[in-house]
Design a protein around this ligand. Structure first.
Ligand code: 5GP
Length: 213
C-alpha cells in the first residue's frame, strides 16, 4: 500500500489577471509541465481572434446558445466581461475533479467569486499582476490583435480588475516569466500536499501505525 500514491481530490487552480499581464503564457507553461492537469475551456459569445481555435481556446457560441446553457445549469460560473459573456462548462470540470485530476482556469474575478462560493475547499486562486503600468500597456499593444480603442478600454479596465487582488489566495508579480511559472508551480506543489486534500491519508497512516504495532 505504501508504494501507491496517496489518493487526493483534484483542485481548481484559478489564474486571474488584467489582460496583458502574461497570464496566458504562464498557463500554457504550467500545462506543459503538468501533463495530468486539465484546462477548463470556456464558452464565450465573443468572436474568435486570429489563430484561435474552436474547442481549444474557447467554445464560440451565439448569445442565444449561451442563454440556453445558463438556463440548463450547464455553467459552473458565468459572467459578462467587457462586452461579451464567458462561462465555464460544468461537466468536464466535475469529471476531472472526480478522477483526482487538477483543473486550470483562466477566468476573471467574478467567476472566481462564484467558484469560491460553490466550492471553497477545492479552489486555489492566484492573481497575476504586471510589474508596471508601462509593461501592461506594452504587452497589450504588442498583441496588435485588438483595435486601439479596445486597448485603451482594456487599460482602463485593468485598474478595476486589479482592485480585486485581495480576493485571491496568492499574488504573483510577473516580472520574468520563468520566475512566475516557478512560483505558480510551487503554489501547486504545496496545495497538493494540504492535509484535507489528501483523502487517502487516514487509511495510509492507519496502515503505517498497524505495521508498527
Ligand atoms: P479574452 O476575451 O481576452 O480571451 O478574455 C477576457 C477575460 O475573460 C479574461 O480576463 C479571462 O480571464 C476572462 N474569462 C475567460 N473565460 C472566462 C469564463 O469562463 N468565466 C469568466 N468569469 N471569465 C472568463
Amino acid at each position: 500500500m505504501s508504494q501507491q500514491p496517496i489518493k487526493r481530490r483534484g483542485l481548481m487552480l484559478v489564474l486571474s489577471s488584467p489582460s496583458g499581464a502574461g497570464k496566458t503564457t504562464i498557463s500554457r507553461r504550467i500545462l506543459e509541465s503538468e501533463p495530468g492537469m486539465a484546462l477548463s475551456i470556456s464558452a464565450t459569445t465573443r468572436q474568435p481572434r486570429p489563430g484561435e481555435v474552436e474547442g481549444k481556446d474557447y467554445f464560440f457560441v451565439t448569445p442565444e446558445r449561451f442563454d440556453q446553457m445558463v438556463a440548463e445549469g450547464a455553467f459552473l460560473e458565468h459572467a459578462r466581461v467587457f462586452d461579451h459573456r464567458y462561462g465555464t462548462p460544468r461537466a468536464p470540470v466535475e469529471e476531472a475533479l472526480a478522477a483526482g485530476r487538477d483543473v486550470l482556469f483562466d477566468i476573471d474575478w467574478q467567476g472566481t467569486q462564484q467558484i469560491r462560493e460553490a466550492a471553497r475547499e477545492d479552489l486555489v486562486a492566484v492573481f497575476i499582476l504586471p510589474p508596471s503600468t508601462g509593461a501592461l500597456e506594452a504587452r497589450l499593444k504588442s498583441r496588435a490583435q485588438d483595435s486601439d480603442e479596445v486597448v485603451a478600454r482594456r487599460m482602463a479596465k485593468a485598474a478595476d480588475e486589479m482592485s480585486h487582488w485581495q480576493e485571491y489566495d496568492y499574488v504573483v508579480v510577473n516580472r520574468e516569466v520563468e520566475e512566475s511559472v516557478a512560483q505558480v508551480a510551487s503554489i501547486l506543489a504545496a496545495e497538493r500536499l494540504r492535509r484535507d486534500r489528501q483523502s487517502g491519508l487516514r487509511a495510509f497512516v492507519e496502515s503505517l501505525r498497524g505495521e508498527e504495532g
